[in-house]
Design a protein around this ligand. Structure first.
Ligand code: SF4
Length: 487
């Protein structure tokens, strides 16, 4: 050992002593990606940790890069994985994070952490936290600050007990102007605020990543905390609020209190939320009040227009329910942005064409981002789809790189179409093509796959452009190469 490395060891030991004495304990929270929204999960964790005296820094990899100056002295790095894309980026970034933060204990938290814990631990992660993560994160930070090694995780991997939410601390995150924004049909833009008024979900859709962790439970963020978070984002310039709750109407009474209070305080604020078809029908009477409070559009996870596929996914709605809910929204003056998982092992070329025809028939082409029309069913570890009889036989062994069980369709033309459509959407993004232009090309490809001549499209069948976010909603699209290299 040379004298230089001996000296470094002595310095490191001195730092460890200072850290153990609580003199300095740096903590870094990292968000790989969250659909271009300023992440609640970092801001809430930061509030919990700062309240306990920790020095917290935040890095949002969708806008910032990993830097030695931020990470070198970190003792705890906690990476938030709220969606599949974020987990893929985190898995790629972990080696670099380990190199830049050699003294840090690595934690991964969020919805996708528990189901990927085996892989994440193999990449050097010591602590995995899912569900209501903040108490676990605080407990871990305290143990490390007190000098524990943290090698053995004592915090529960999934914690679902109710917690005392704090007003999220957004001060360490990039400004709202750097995140996604709302685009209006006339081309106007509004700065976007991102709020979570609840977490988890009381439903059990088989393909949904919320289910293996929350198992039918949801937790409400108290009204005063939601209002304080809205207030700070309005202060930062937000003119539209996007509610990121898995389903805004899991607690419809709470949701209506939130929108009533928000509208009373900020009557000029508009908003959007995600609400399932079943809830839109059951709570149709609330839709006019949502509209009156500023609701511009509702995202609804329709997933399929094939009732058999909907049964496999346990969506608890039918195609007829979807059309009924769409009409209820339109009657209330609210746009619907349906989302889909068009490619499943049970899909067919004819079924795909039927989906495109339905969008024309329902005048929804302008309401659906093209990426929604090429999403392929993701089967992550722990998915409740694995409980379907015979489903495992459709799958290849778990693929650690894609973080899921790969599957091939029995009809290779279906997989070939999905790949062609995905390439088309990527090209459309690069060239800045309008949704209707990309749809026209998809229409052609889908017909060609069946050896059919595509009938001409009428512009009038596309529907009207609607307000939408500059980054489309999806939870399971493949990350781009650019995202995987961005850190
Ligand atoms: S898909 Fe939506 S409604 Fe179904 S379990 Fe997931 S969050 Fe809940």
């Amino acid at each position: 050992m040379d004298s230089r490395s001996d000296c470094c060891l002595q310095e490191g030991a001195a730092e460890d002593e200072r850290d153990a004495a609580g003199a300095r304990f740096e903590l870094v929270l990292i968000n790989p990606y969250e659909l271009g929204r300023q992440p609640f999960a970092l801001a809430e964790a930061a509030a919990w940790l700062k309240q306990d005296g920790f020095e917290v820094r935040c890095i949002d990899l969708s806008l910032q890069q990993l830097e030695a100056k931020t990470l070198a002295s970190a003792r705890l790095v906690a990476i938030y994985v709220g969606m599949h894309t974020a987990t893929r980026i985190a898995a790629e970034a972990l080696a670099r994070i380990r190199a830049l933060a050699p003294r840090a204990h690595l934690c991964v938290y969020g919805l996708y952490a528990p189901m990927n814990q085996e892989l994440l631990r193999s990449l050097g992660v010591k602590t995995i936290l899912g569900g209501e993560c903040e108490p676990g994160l605080l407990s871990l930070a305290r143990r490390l600050r007190a000098g524990e090694s943290g090698e053995a995780q004592s915090e529960p991997v999934v914690h679902l007990a109710k917690i005392d939410f704090l007003t999220p601390d957004r001060s360490g995150l990039p400004g709202l102007e750097r995140y996604a924004h709302l685009i209006l049909p006339d081309g106007g833009r509004k700065k976007l605020g991102f709020i979570e008024a609840s977490r988890g979900c009381k439903h059990l859709c088989r393909h949904c990543p919320v289910v293996p962790v929350y198992q039918g439970k949801f937790r409400v963020v108290p009204l005063p905390v939601v209002m304080a978070d809205i207030a700070q984002q309005v202060e930062a310039g937000a003119a539209h609020i996007s509610f990121g709750d898995p389903d805004f109407f899991n607690g419809s009474t709470h949701a209506m209190k939130v929108v009533a209070a928000m509208h009373a305080s900020y009557p000029m604020l508009s908003f959007d939320a995600t609400i399932k078809i079943q809830h839109l029908i059951a709570h149709a009477g609330l839709l006019p009040a949502l509209k009156a409070a500023g609701c511009l559009f509702i995202t609804a996870a329709v997933e399929s227009v094939d009732d058999q596929v909907l049964r496999y996914l346990a969506k608890n709605h039918t195609r007829a329910d979807f059309e009924h809910a769409l009409q209820l929204c339109r009657d209330a003056g609210i746009d619907m942005a349906p989302t889909f998982v068009p490619f499943t092992p049970w899909s067919s070329l004819e079924g795909y064409l039927e989906l495109l025809r339905s969008l024309l028939h329902l005048k929804l082409v302008e309401a659906v981002p093209p990426i929604q029309l090429c999403i392929r069913l993701l089967v992550p570890a722990g998915s409740w789809l694995l409980q379907l009889p015979d489903f495992r036989e459709l799958l290849a062994p778990f693929d650690a790189k894609m973080l899921g069980y790969p599957w091939r369709h029995a009809d290779p033309r279906v997989d070939a179409l999905q790949q062609s459509l995905q390439a088309l959407v990527a090209q459309g993004d690069q060239r800045g093509l309008a949704r209707s232009e990309v749809f026209g090309q998809m229409w052609q490809l889908a017909h060609e796959a069946l050896g059919l001549a595509p009938p001409p499209l009428a512009r009038a069948d596309f529907g009207e452009p609607m307000p939408h976010l500059s980054e489309p909603w999806y939870c399971c699209a493949e990350p781009t190469e650019q995202q995987l290299q961005s850190f």
